[in-house]
Design a protein around this ligand. Structure first.
Ligand code: SF4
Length: 346
């Protein structure tokens, strides 16, 4: 892969090494007058991601690719400084969608090299461009994709390996990119860097606020429940849905049971899922009503242990000894109500 590839897929190990070897430090990019256009490009990317959920695929020449690659860490700093889960997920999704466009232009050796960079061994047929990978790699990245073709049972597995088309392989790589970009965000940003990027951060913050108001998933949207008391797993799942990111089946189930268990109406839950990339109203209604008990069994939200096993627990540190998402919610709600009652008395 070269600088053009790194600009389009900036989360690769190759891109990170390229940046490390470059003479430009991240502090210089944030503060030096000479890099004003890089900072503007970074802000532009974050705004475009926020507004469109994707980034326009451009064919860069080398200098333009260099600028884009330098803009990537600055964009991450802007996103980190705002600490907005929706913005973080939306940004990661947009970078991943751009990566997909670029991966589709790869030849067999490019696909192999990219997969290896991501720790996946793939053999690619140079004629058909189909890729053969181990089924565990497939499941690891395809489990959030809901179309029937992504089910393992829809694939032919021979000796633990399965073969998929180039576009399906690129879609899996898109998923890897999304997770890699999101990983580590938000990170800590030194105060002097925040100061240096203040105008860019403020502009994105303002756009994020306007977007949040338009979203319709504000606190008022939940009416009878208190979203401020949701545990990190559920807040993160809702942010994923809002940002157009697919949820795994187990996370969908957990989020739906949680919201039903705390008293949210099925119609309101359907509204939340409406932003999902694969939303189908009739199917969603059916699933929610089924989980709510329409067929005789009403389900309860899984325990923290199950959530952890399924890879759906992002926030153990914030939850201390909590063993169930519903207990997190009830405790936090109790504390919130107590505080409000105190305020009324005083
Ligand atoms: S510890 Fe439990 S409540 Fe907290 S994020 Fe994990 S699964 Fe959710």
């Amino acid at each position: 892969m070269d600088i053009i590839d790194f600009a389009n897929i900036p989360c690769t190990t190759g891109a990170l090494e390229y940046m490390k070897e470059s003479s430009v430090g991240s502090a210089d990019v944030c503060t030096d007058m000479a890099y004003e256009s890089v900072r503007s490009a970074a802000k532009g990317c974050v705004l475009e991601a926020l507004q469109n959920g994707t980034l326009k695929y451009r064919r860069y020449n080398e200098p333009a690719a260099n600028k884009e690659l330098l803009a990537y860490p600055v964009a991450r700093i802007i996103v980190s400084s705002i600490k907005n889960t929706y913005l973080t997920k939306r940004y990661a999704l947009a970078v991943a969608k751009l990566a997909y466009e670029h991966i589709m232009s790869f030849r067999a050796d490019g696909l192999r090299e990219l997969a290896a960079d991501f720790g996946i061994t793939a053999t690619v047929d140079a004629r058909t461009m189909s890729a053969t990978i181990h089924f565990t790699d497939y499941i690891h990245h395809a489990h959030v994709l809901h179309e029937p073709k992504w089910k393992l049972s829809s694939r032919t597995v021979k000796g633990g390996m399965l073969t998929i088309s180039k576009s399906d392989f690129a879609r899996l790589m898109e998923e890897v990119v999304r997770k890699k970009v999101e990983f580590g965000l938000p990170h800590d940003v030194p105060q002097e860097i925040k100061e240096a990027l203040k105008q860019y951060i403020n502009e994105v913050q303002e756009a994020a606020n306007i977007r949040a108001n338009k979203q319709g998933f504000s606190k008022e949207g939940f009416s009878e429940v208190s979203p401020g008391c949701f545990p990190p797993c559920i807040s993160s799942a809702i942010a994923d849905v809002q940002a157009n990111v697919n949820l795994s089946h187990s996370m969908r189930f957990a989020m739906t049971t949680f919201l039903l268990n705390i008293g949210m109406k099925p119609e309101k839950i359907t509204e939340i899922f409406r932003a999902s990339p694969d939303f189908k109203e009739q199917d969603t209604n059916y699933q929610i009503n089924h989980i709510a008990g329409a067929s005789g069994t009403a389900y309860t939200c899984p325990t923290c242990a199950t959530m952890t096993t399924n890879g759906n627990c992002p926030g153990k540190t914030q939850c201390k000894k909590i063993k169930h998402p519903l207990i997190f919610y009830r405790r936090k709600l109790w504390i919130q109500n107590k505080k409000q009652a105190k305020k009324v008395v005083s």
